[in-house]
Design a protein around this ligand. Structure first.
Ligand code: PLP
Length: 410
């Protein structure tokens, strides 16, 4: 019999959203008349904007004609989209990218999970804690994370972020090879200042580390002082890969499109000490394992950069941020300590009296029929917190806040 990759078995009982779904289903079966409001999973609710729909219809029509039909596209993505990305997302911030540094993909999950493949399995990793689970899980699958003991992986450096240090991760006092940073942060909804980000870039330059920077929620930043890209920091091109997604920017969770930047200056070493550029290696990996994102999705993404597209996408982001601001204010009125929700669509809420995350999750489900995500599911420092998303409809957010107020007896 063939041998299984046993690293996968370490993850078997560890999928957060499946656990939540199981508990919510059990509640629904016991309370069939009660409408459950989910502020748990991070999916969007608002439809695609008209500019995107128009572009998709046009692309579909092109596919119906022999002369304009498209088969396999370029693995890195079509030039029209890569040029729009460079011109709109980077040039206005003083960042000059070459088209060959932009890799269009089918969303940030694939690349944030796959990128670790091009680095040796025995590099060690560091993550801010709590964090988007894909970073650690994808490293567990290849055996890089070590063994799971007392809620932590043995070969992972956890950089705790909680209210005691204003959610600012401390730079490790030892060398870490691969550092995952996500800003605006999922799950805490907090952001990083240029000064703090500069410390990470300098650390990576000094230690010859690589930063894997997930900017999936960059479109939600409203404070002009907050960086949208790590490449706003001098020297970052030598040490950082950056991930973007149209999922939360423009409601593409079901369309699937995003992109990754791998700068040409970024290098890693062979065991023999020879420096090699990672851009051609990632290109080789993609050409072998990825056949490109659909033409229709890429035309849809291109439409976000038109004047109408920009305006319409912004309107939807504003819609979600109205939810975030409203929920933040309502929860604060109840005396809860709430973080995030100002430059991100997530609220990170301290549970009253340090109630464990899963206990609070169940109490709120049974007391208010509102679903949250237990903070501990994102890492040990998430214990005693819950995450609420602002991606719901206004009416649901309003009703959820009323139910929570009633349940908490306020
Ligand atoms: N990165 C972060 C931090 C996320 O929260 C998510 C989705 O929730 C993703 C990446 C994946 O997004 P995509 O839909 O582009 O795969």
């Amino acid at each position: 019999m063939a041998l299984v990759n046993e690293h996968f078995l370490k993850l078997a009982n560890n999928y957060l959203f499946a656990d939540i779904a199981k508990k919510v289903n059990a509640y629904k079966i016991a309370h069939p008349k009660q409408r459950v409001i989910s502020l748990g999973i991070g999916d969007v609710t608002q439809p695609l904007c008209p500019a995107v729909i128009k572009a998709m219809h046009k692309a579909v029509d092109e596919m119906a004609e022999q002369a304009s039909f498209r088969g396999y596209g370029p693995e890195r993505g079509y030039d029209f989209l890569r040029e729009a990305i460079i011109k709109n997302d980077f040039l206005p911030r003083g960042i000059h990218l070459d088209a060959n540094e932009v890799f269009v993909n089918d969303g940030a999950k694939s690349d944030t999970g796959n990128i670790q493949e091009i680095l040796r399995w025995d590099n060690n990793i560091g993550v801010t804690d709590p964090i988007y689970p894909v970073y650690i899980d994808s490293n567990v699958m290849i055996g890089r994370a070590g063994i799971f003991e007392n809620g932590k992986w043995s070969n992972v450096t956890y950089m705790p972020c909680d209210e005691s240090d204003d959610f600012i991760p401390q730079i490790p006092d030892h060398r870490v090879d691969m550092i995952y940073l996500c800003y605006p942060n999922n799950p805490t909804g907090t952001v990083i200042s240029k000064e703090e980000l500069r410390k990470w870039v300098n650390y990576a330059i000094k230690n010859e580390s690589i930063i894997l920077y997930d900017a999936a929620y960059e479109a939600y930043i409203t404070d002009p002082a907050i960086p949208h890209s790590i490449y706003e920091i001098r020297g970052a091109r030598k040490v950082a890969i950056e991930f973007h997604s149209y999922s939360k920017t423009a409601g593409f969770t079901g369309v699937r499109c995003g992109y990754t930047i791998v700068p040409k200056e970024l290098k890693a070493k062979t065991l023999a000490g020879e420096e090699v550029a990672l851009n051609p290696i990632w290109d080789r990996r993609q050409c072998t394992k990825f056949n490109g994102t659909s033409y229709i999705s890429q035309r849809a993404a291109e439409a976000i950069y038109t004047p109408e597209g920009k305006e319409q996408v912004k309107a939807t982001i504003n819609y979600y941020m109205e939810n975030a601001h409203f929920m933040r204010a309502e929860l604060q009125k109840l005396g809860l300590r709430v973080y995030g929700g100002e430059n991100a669509p997530y609220l990170w809420v301290k549970t009253p009296n340090n109630t464990p995350s899963w206990k609070f999750f169940e109490e709120m489900l049974y007391g208010a029929s509102v679903v949250c995500t237990p903070g501990v599911g994102f890492g040990p420092s998430g214990e005693g917190y819950i995450r609420l998303t602002a991606f719901g409809e206004h009416e649901d957010c309003k009703e959820a806040m009323e139910r929570i107020a009633k349940w908490l007896g306020k």
